[in-house]
Design a protein around this ligand. Structure first.
Ligand code: FAD
Length: 321
């Protein structure tokens, strides 16, 4: 038996999360084969030998140039139909998990996402991350092939000594027009203030309590004084007040600044999953019973429209020559 791994690649080579997926796949102790979708796949296969890949399958046709989950699913199920692997493993990326959800639906099989340990057997046993990183679940996965994805940055990529470059097979998947209906048609660069949310030392974040898109201007002024990035809760992105790239949380960016200032954010577990890596949390909230106070190191209870400008003003005064 073999294990088939979906390997994502780009102009800079193989994606780091895919190398982590290969390391997870090797825990099953079987030969590992890789699937690469899209132009440039064959060109990166040589580097995969060092990550334990014995054979690679590359689908490079032009229609696969833009990401289309249905088309990637077709590629995976086509190779899996010929190889009959014991497991299919995808990287812990949005694409990896999306494609595996499609594969699971097409094959009528269960899918375990966010795995950090797998052990061959019938059923296969695994450990996976649940609840935004709050707990580890021990589980058994039935069905063949076992469908898995790795948890991002929780399984270290690892090389093997003396491995040869894998054998490469180029193939054309049996794509239907319906496989290409949902596809990426455009990439839009977002304009940021210059401080990246994931790397900022200070994050000033706003929730529903900010009240509107315009309400964020006082948070931006405070962020400017602190050389901070501006973040927000999902309520805010759902309302269209800020772009999704600003969202902190389980389904947004995970931040680990020295200071996280949560303004008008209640502190739902899905939000805390994204900011619990902060060294200190300051909550500004009008509700003294808000759940965020359980996670906060400091709190100011009151109306953020008064408190945030007052802090900004004090910082300006302190910095005035
Ligand atoms: C699968 C799933 C994934 C999710 N992923 C995320 C995620 O990644 N990130 C995320 O944030 N959420 C996520 N959510 C949503 C989450 O459950 C909450 O609904 C959301 O975080 C609440 O946002 P909020 O705190 O801005 O709003 P609310 O919960 O409505 O809180 C608003 C807060 O503002 C305070 N307030 C109101 N007015 C003022 C004022 N003038 N001054 C000071 N304080 C004021 C209130 O007291 C309250 O505490 C997810 C939910 C699900 C089901």
């Amino acid at each position: 038996m073999t294990v088939l791994v979906l390997v994502e690649h780009g102009p800079e080579g193989v994606d780091e999360l895919s190398l982590q997926a290969l390391a997870l796949a090797r825990q099953l102790g079987e030969p590992v084969e890789a699937l690469l979708v899209g132009p440039g796949g064959v060109g990166v296969t040589a580097s995969l030998g060092a990550h334990g890949v014995t054979s690679a399958h590359a689908a490079e046709e032009e229609r696969l140039g833009a990401y289309a989950p249905g088309a990637w699913t077709c590629c995976l199920t086509d190779v899996a139909g010929r190889l009959e692997p014991s497991a299919i493993v995808a990287p812990g990326s949005n694409r990896g998990n999306e494609v595996m959800a499609h594969v699971a639906a097409r094959l009528g099989l269960p899918f375990a996402a966010n795995c950090i340990r797998v052990e061959a057997g019938d059923p296969l046993s695994l450990t996976r991350v649940r609840w935004g990183g709050s707990l580890l679940e021990e589980a058994r996965l039935h069905g063949s092939p076992a469908l898995l994805s790795s948890a991002p940055h929780m399984v270290a990529a690892a090389t093997v000594n003396g491995a040869d470059a894998p054998a490469v097979e180029s193939f054309s998947p049996p794509l239907e027009d319906s496989d290409l209906v949902v596809r990426v048609t455009q990439h839009v660069e977002t304009v940021t203030s210059g401080v990246s949310l994931a790397e900022a030392k200070v994050v000033v974040s706003g929730g529903r309590g900010v009240g509107s898109a315009d309400g964020f201007s006082i948070l931006e002024e405070l962020a400017e004084q602190l050389n901070a990035a501006v973040g927000c809760s999902r309520v805010v992105t759902s309302a269209g007040w800020r772009p999704h790239t600003d969202q902190v949380g389980q389904t947004g960016t995970k931040v680990s600044p020295d200071l996280y200032i949560a303004c008008g954010i209640s502190g739902a577990t899905q939000h805390i999953a994204g900011c619990k890596g902060a060294k200190k949390i300051l909550a500004i909230n009008s509700d003294a019973e808000a759940p965020i106070l359980m996670s906060a190191d400091y709190a100011v209870i009151g109306d953020l429209t008064e408190i945030v400008p007052a802090i900004t003003e004090e910082l300006r005064k302190a910095r005035a020559p």
